[in-house]
Design a protein around this ligand. Structure first.
Ligand code: SF4
Length: 326
């Protein structure tokens, strides 16, 4: 699929976001954490749904800063005002349960959370003792409620998105999950076969063992007594397979697999050029986009329908430029 076609078929993917990352002045001190990449680059493709748990639960802005505190014997950390000790845990958990229910109905395809926040932080949020000593790390209360209610939802933090591989992996998951949810509404075994066929090389580059298991699931879809259960199992395993960035070795395997489709049509110099670029990528001298560009060119010339339809070639709009950095 060309980047133009991908853009045209995927307008305004709904993605949740911590409101301060959009530039809204909702932090405890009235500031924001506007993130230019999220707004100016991904904002062209995402239709953001802003959420500020602390404002929406009724704390207002400005407000005292909060922290997570582990009290001896308590099953989970408490959300308390750092100085006064006012406890917002029950109010926040009640509000978050209702809010994530509404977000589930909204059909989100992803969520970008503000890191280190005791409400929004996805992981590694400091947890303190009642005496004020850092004793552990965990998730913010809203982030925990979100992940529990929507376990397949791609979720990332702004800080981790500075890592090129994690950024690429998050965007990839959002686009694939978007396509999955549109397919899921049809609950059609033939559509599942087409979906799996189109994403097969991409999934193999992520997790070959899970991909083979997914293939066995798909093979049984036509005769499945409970297609809904099978689809749930498929998405659970697929999102787990996509959960980590593909390693360079797996990218090399995927490109060599697709190269095999056109090998017979290339002259010796063309074969040598493609193999050399893949080797340069494996050695870390060029980004994956370099051999991929040549591979796409040869595949287009070959007209090989199965290979050209592989999402691995363009899992999201190419103008995002994410594979030029991994
Ligand atoms: S981190 Fe979350 S709770 Fe804090 S200001 Fe941003 S959106 Fe609001």
């Amino acid at each position: 699929m060309s980047s133009t076609a991908a853009t045209a078929t995927r307008p305004g993917i709904p993605v949740g976001i911590s409101a301060c990352l959009l530039g809204r002045a909702v932090r405890h001190d009235g500031s924001h954490r506007r993130n230019p990449f999220l707004i100016d680059v991904l904002g062209e493709h995402f239709d953001y749904v802003p959420v500020c748990p602390e404002v929406e639960v009724g704390m207002g802005t400005p407000r005292p800063s909060l922290r997570l505190v582990q009290i001896d014997g308590a099953p989970a950390p408490r959300l308390v005002a750092s100085r006064s000790g006012q406890d917002w845990s029950d109010a926040m958990r009640t509000w978050a349960a209702a809010r994530v229910e509404r977000l589930a109905e909204r059909g989100l395809r992803g969520f970008v959370l503000k890191s280190r926040s005791p409400s929004c932080g996805m992981a590694r949020v400091k947890i303190y003792s009642p005496a004020g000593q850092p004793v552990d790390h965990g998730s913010g209360l809203f982030a925990a409620a979100l992940a529990a209610r929507l376990p397949h939802l791609p979720i990332e933090e702004d800080g981790r998105l500075n890592d090129a591989r994690l950024r690429e992996n998050f965007v990839l998951r959002v686009f694939i999950y978007d396509e999955w949810l549109r397919l899921r509404a049809a609950a059609d075994p033939a559509a599942l076969v087409r979906f799996h066929t189109r994403h097969k090389v991409l999934l193999m580059a992520q997790d070959p063992a899970r991909t083979r298991a997914l293939g066995r699931l798909v093979a049984g879809a036509g005769a499945a007594a409970d297609l809904d259960a099978l689809l749930d199992e498929y998405v659970s395993s697929m999102m787990a397979a996509l959960g980590r960035p593909a390693s360079p070795r797996r990218h090399v395997n995927a490109m060599q697999h697709l190269s095999g489709v056109v090998k017979g049509r290339l002259d010796p110099a063309e074969k040598q050029e493609l193999a050399a670029l893949i080797a340069e990528y494996r050695q870390g001298r060029v980004p994956v986009e370099v051999p991929l560009t040549l591979l796409r060119h040869h595949l287009r010339r070959s007209g090989h329908a199965w290979a050209l339809d592989q999402s691995y070639l363009d899992p999201y709009p190419r103008n995002l430029g994410l594979r030029s950095r991994v």
